[in-house]
Write a new protein. Structure first.
Length: 294
């Protein structure tokens, strides 16, 4: 049976990469090893855990049930080991961490530029990955695949969250639309709408308050990105309800009016797992996000 006294703990970080990539060559490249060396590492890991871990199938490698359990555990164990070894010492200029942050295109546009520039300026040896937002980001935070999530949805327990700012909605309408400074609810519901499929194919922050007052909008176009909705207005003659910061100067053939008062501003969060609350790297990253927002 494997024991910490006889096991090379460096194997754990290699295992994390192998289980994430499910591909020996890609894992070798990311871990800065040759493919034969990574294959030998995988064999050592199989011997250590008494399990195949990765099984070849017709479509590539798949994780064994034991490997899936190990992957979940590694997501919690490795950050703790790194924090233990580093202690209270953290120098971003020397850090080589890979930071995985998830957010929609809204996050990339509103926060991305100052976030990217500050991380690369202060920590030139770090790598920052902005990952596409999806419905299971909370699972990725728990497993350790993500370090931070930027989201307009309040994080569920046990995740920790902090409100970065409150964001009002606006309506982007065709240039010839009769509305002036604001759409009232009756006029809004007479329009046909473009919807951003933020979560489970819905734009809940708009539709939930409408449902609360017994209202329902007519949807004619659904798109995956806020920027796509913005560009679709002029081409379709429909309207899009979007967070104000993403609009900026509206595209030609469109203009901006205030959304109905029933559609309230929403809090925009950053969220992280409790195990990273005291981690020096994650604390530094959260401070950089706060600075980027300012």
């Amino acid at each position: 049976m494997a024991h910490t006294r006889t096991t090379d703990l460096n194997l754990l970080s290699a295992l994390e990469v192998l289980l994430e990539e499910r591909h020996i060559s890609r894992a070798a490249e990311l871990y800065n090893l040759s493919q034969p060396a990574m294959s030998r590492t995988l064999q050592r890991l199989r011997d250590t855990f008494g399990d195949e871990l990765l099984v070849r199938t017709a479509t590539g490698y798949e994780l064994t049930p034991r490997a899936r359990t190990i992957q979940r555990e590694l997501g919690q164990i490795l950050p703790r080991i790194n924090a233990l070894l580093r202690g209270d010492r953290f120098d971003p200029a020397m850090a080589t961490d890979v930071l995985n942050v998830s957010g929609t295109d809204y996050a990339a546009i509103v926060i991305g530029r100052p976030l990217f520039s500050q991380v690369l300026e202060l920590a030139p040896q770090m790598t920052l990955n902005l990952m596409a937002w999806h419905d299971r980001v909370d699972v990725d935070l728990e497993s350790g695949r993500l370090d931070l999530v930027l989201t307009g949805i309040e994080p569920d327990q046990p995740l920790l969250g902090e409100v970065l700012f409150d964001e009002p909605f606006v309506c982007v309408v065709p240039e010839d639309h009769p509305a002036r400074s604001r759409l009232d609810l009756a006029a809004y519901l007479q329009c046909e709408h473009i919807v951003v499929q933020v979560r489970s194919g819905k734009q809940a922050m708009v539709d939930d308050p409408l449902r609360a007052v017994g209202a329902h909008r007519t949807v004619r176009v659904r798109v995956p990105y806020f920027t796509a909705a913005l560009e679709a207005v002029a081409g379709t003659g429909r309207i899009a309800t979007l967070p104000s910061r993403i609009v900026g100067t509206p595209p030609p053939g469109t203009r901006v009016v205030a959304a109905p008062k029933e559609i309230k501003p929403f809090p925009y969060y950053m969220a992280w797992h409790p195990r990273l609350d005291g981690d020096m790297t994650n604390r530094w990253l959260r401070e950089i996000v706060r600075s980027a927002v300012k």
